[in-house]
Design a protein around this ligand. Sequence first.
Ligand code: NAD
Ligand code: ZN
Length: 247
Amino acid sequence: MGVDSGLPDFRGNEGFWEAYPPYAKLGVSFIGMANPDNFETDPAFAWGFYGHRTNLYRDTVPHKGFHILKNWIESKNADYFVVTSNVDGQFQKAGFDEERILEVHGSIHWLQCLKPCSNEIWGNFEAYHVDSNSMRVDRIPVCPNCDEISRPNILMFGDCSWISDRKDYQQLRYRQFRQANIGKRIVVIELGAGKAIPTIRYISEQLGMEDKVSVIRINPRESEIKQPHISIGSASLEALMYIDSLL
Ligand SMILES: NC(=O)c1ccc[n+]([C@@H]2O[C@H](COP(=O)([O-])OP(=O)(O)OC[C@H]3O[C@@H](n4cnc5c(N)ncnc54)[C@H](O)[C@@H]3O)[C@@H](O)[C@H]2O)c1
Ligand SMILES: [Zn+2]
């Protein structure tokens, strides 16, 4: 969904290296960067990646497609829930209700202790200066409780210390939403859900097995889905604008 706001997706190492040429030079993969071990061994380097992304996501303005979705919800007075594997906070920024968002991999806008010394998470209000060659930060954010290194409250690869409490609360609200809508007609609008980490694709496919649930899969490269569900092979914004023009 963020691609049409100018954010990179990663699409495996090639895509990741295209978005982050310094990591290509260093020969570091996405899995190598999105890893809690880096925070132990080289926190300035680990924070370079997440500090850069924090700045990028803070500066990004959500594209018109977010507002088209919101307008459909508001004009039809529809119940809704956003389920995303993005960690960029763009749905909140576009004005979607914080109580109706499930961020399955957490959010970059929240931090936790690396150890962790407690289950506390706190808002990410740090400033990051990232050297564009070395991809290192000059100052490492610390935990307010123990003064040790902090990290984003994001599920990384091989991650045993992610504090999932915030996601668990979101999941509880999502379950309540599902419960409240049992037997009703539901449309799942799946936007740019990739195959690399197919969490979101699985969620829509599972929902699609239920009665009265229709899935619209929008993706310029991998939009295939079994009938009777609908496949639209184009970018999110283009597809949303097109559907909007028909309504
Ligand atoms: N902004 C973010 O928060 C952010 C950015 C990159 C990756 N991630 C997360 O990292 C994980 C892996 O990501 P990845 O990018 O390697 O996965 P991926 O390559 O599996 O998924 C990216 C998907 O986006 C599709 N896509 C590209 N441009 C699009 C557009 N304009 N409109 C609609 N779809 C478009 C691609 O075809 C692909 O299916 C995922 O969980 C992802 O959410 C998050
Ligand atoms: Zn701590």
